[in-house]
Design a protein around this ligand. Structure first.
Ligand code: SR1
Ligand code: MG
Length: 413
């Protein structure tokens, strides 16, 4: 193939029959392959290809936003950035992302490991299932990728080259700039919200202090290149079994603030928490408490791992041992300050993500699958109000336990 063409279930075997990765992982004879399209995200085609040797995932970008249609074109080059993000994530946190078998830039196609019996974490949270080791995995992943993608670990020329490379991913971060940081706070065209939320929304949109803070966070997001962020780390970008998890789908990659991924991640656990009364029966409060425990444990594991990397891998240009330990000076206070800055950003991003999933385009299934509109509005209102509180108080929140306490408080309103 020389020109890009979207794959279909019918054309895939013939078009990809000579790809060595599929021959190896699926089977020699493409006529024996079974193909299913399973993409349930907002942007791409995702195929499971099965055969005598096993299964593989073929992910292909579409030249438009799948959720909206071809009225919203989107560059295919995002697959290039996703591929390079996956390679860096695999190096920075080995085993955290699926194994990549093959990349085709022209076809905007990545062929990768089929994860089984993993399912999208959001589905497990809606179903009330627990995942052992989840917080440790996610806390470590966020710390390792944040630390190892920054000048705490990298040399300046390497970091600059990488920032320049990923700066080419223009249109995708622009989606976040609009849908996450801007649209929720005015009557944007693609917005929608649950009936009954108008008073809560009016309160948010009339809160000038809130809008200023969100714009400050947008400025951080577009201009602070602290580390390579996943850029879309929600519970739909994580696949889990009962005791194993992986991070997928980093096409929203960019260099951005270190607190961005962990803030967005915690927001998605909080939205799982607030939506639970519509999904659970008898074990509601036990399951909600488990979700809060995951948030608190993610934070603990993040801090633990970050401090460990600080002590053992500070090989970049920032806070070099030559200025501290080599002169007998403890750098713990410096590490404390870096972590405090990360959390300040994270809690503000967390509140913003809680807003956008109820107010702009691309709502999440946690709330969208609640058929009782009045109940959905009540639960979303708790979530929106807590989001505002987080944005306002991000600078003074003591720790993740305080965020969990706040969640319990808003859950009772
Ligand atoms: C138009 S894309 C909408 C959303 O889907 C992605 O997963 C991102 O979260 C984006 O904001
Ligand atoms: Mg995605």
């Amino acid at each position: 193939d020389t020109a890009y063409q979207a794959l279909t279930v019918e054309t895939l075997p013939e078009r990809l029959k000579d790809v060595a990765a599929l021959i190896q992982h699926v089977g020699q004879d493409a006529a024996t392959w079974q193909v299913q399209e399973v993409g349930d995200g907002n942007l791409n085609l995702v195929f499971i290809v099965s055969g005598p040797n096993g299964k593989a995932i073929v992910k292909q970008a579409l030249p438009y936003v799948r959720l909206v249609g071809d009225s919203w074109p989107l560059p295919l080059y995002r697959a290039f950035f996703e591929y390079h993000a996956l390679r860096r994530q695999a190096a920075r946190d080995p085993g955290a992302v699926p194994v990549i078998y093959h990349f085709d830039e022209v076809q905007a196609m990545i062929i990768m490991e089929f994860l089984a019996p993993h399912v999208i974490l959001r589905r497990k949270l809606i179903a009330g299932e627990q995942v052992a080791g989840l917080a440790a995995f996610l806390g470590r992943y966020c710390a390792r990728t944040a630390f190892r993608g920054s000048e705490l670990s990298m040399q300046s020329p390497d970091k600059k080259a990488d920032v320049a490379l990923f700066a080419g991913n223009v249109e995708i971060p622009a989606i976040t700039e609009a849908l996450v940081f801007t649209d929720p706070y005015f009557d944007a065209d693609m917005n929608s919200h649950t009936e009954g939320l108008a008073p809560v929304i009016a309160k948010l949109r009339n809160d000038i202090g809130l809008k200023v803070k969100v714009q400050q966070m947008l400025q951080q997001f577009v201009s602070n290149t602290q580390t390579m962020v996943h850029g879309d780390l929600h519970s739909g970008s994580i696949m889990s079994t009962d005791d194993d998890s992986r991070v997928i789908d980093p096409e929203f990659v960019q260099y951005g603030p270190m607190g961005f991924d962990i803030g967005m991640l915690c927001a998605n656990f909080l939205m799982a928490y607030f939506s639970q009364p519509a999904h659970r029966g008898a074990n509601l409060s036990a399951y909600q408490e488990w979700i809060l425990e995951v948030i608190a444990d993610i934070s603990d594991h993040f801090e633990q791992e970050f401090r460990h990397l600080w002590a053992t891998e500070r090989t970049g240009i920032l806070y070099p041992a030559a200025l501290f330990e080599d002169q007998g000076h403890d750098s713990t206070a410096a590490c404390d300050a870096v972590l405090a800055g990360i959390w300040r950003d994270a809690w503000a991003v967390c509140g913003i993500e809680m807003h956008r999933r109820c107010l702009s385009l691309a709502h999440n299934a946690d709330f969208e699958e609640i058929d009782d509109v009045a109940l959905r509005a009540r639960l979303e209102a708790r979530n929106l109000s807590m989001g505002a509180e987080l944005i306002h108080t991000a600078d003074t929140i003591a720790d993740a336990q305080a965020v969990c306490a706040l969640a319990r408080e808003f859950n009772g309103k």
